[in-house]
Ligand binder design. Structure first.
Ligand SMILES: CC(C)(COP(=O)(O)OP(=O)(O)OC[C@H]1O[C@@H](n2cnc3c(N)ncnc32)[C@H](O)[C@@H]1OP(=O)(O)O)[C@@H](O)C(=O)NCCC(=O)NCCS
Length: 151
């Protein structure tokens, strides 16, 4: 399997994979997430991302998934640090545990390094145990923790 950079013509595939991610991840782990957002707004959002040199959009052939990565603006409180955020990642259910997620993340790491990143970060829901295991397997370690209280 070889992942590829998403072109403007392929944005509908990126949107379709984001629809799947919202339904499976956000929709399941945070009931306040608007799971209809990618179908409604995704076309223009992702069309802008594929043109942005600070963003990496990857696709798995045949609708097998996607990755979105983004270089963050410098933070004056952390001089010398350049962060690349792994913003969005999904592998289609029928293609899992075949190394595709790892291939997407390896391509993200290479892109981040080429673009001067000194660290990469990703956020995941605490209840998404499969994703947390996956990220640990790619070398990510817990760093910050978001605490929440609902009223
Ligand atoms: C997380 C996800 C991208 C992993 O993709 P994948 O292609 O199945 O991952 P890989 O096959 O490259 O897995 C590499 C290693 O990560 C670990 N891993 C992957 N999925 C795992 C799971 N569900 N549970 C435990 N470990 C897992 C394993 O160590 C695996 O190696 P192994 O299969 O030899 O044991 C995929 O499960 C997915 O799309 N999940 C739903 C969407 C999601 O949660 N996205 C992340 C949002 S933060």
């Amino acid at each position: 399997m070889t992942v590829s950079v998403c072109t403007a013509e392929e944005v509908p595939q990126l949107v379709a994979s984001a629809v799947g991610l919202f339904a499976e991840d956000g929709g399941r782990h945070d009931p306040s997430v608007d799971v209809g957002w990618p179908a409604r707004e995704g076309e223009s959002y992702y069309a802008a991302l594929v043109e942005d040199p600070a963003v990496l959009c990857l696709l798995v052939p045949g609708g097998g998934g996607h990755l979105v990565g983004r270089l963050c603006r410098p933070n004056p409180l952390r001089p010398g640090v350049v962060t690349a955020d792994l913003e969005s990642l999904r592998v289609d259910t029928g293609h899992r545990r075949a190394g595709i997620g790892a291939e997407l993340v390896a391509a993200f790491f290479a892109w981040a390094k080429e673009n001067g990143a000194t660290e990469t970060k990703v956020k995941a829901f605490a209840a998404n145990e499969g994703a947390l295991e996956f990220y640990r397997a790619q070398g990510f370690e817990p760093f910050e923790v978001i605490l929440r209280r609902t009223s």
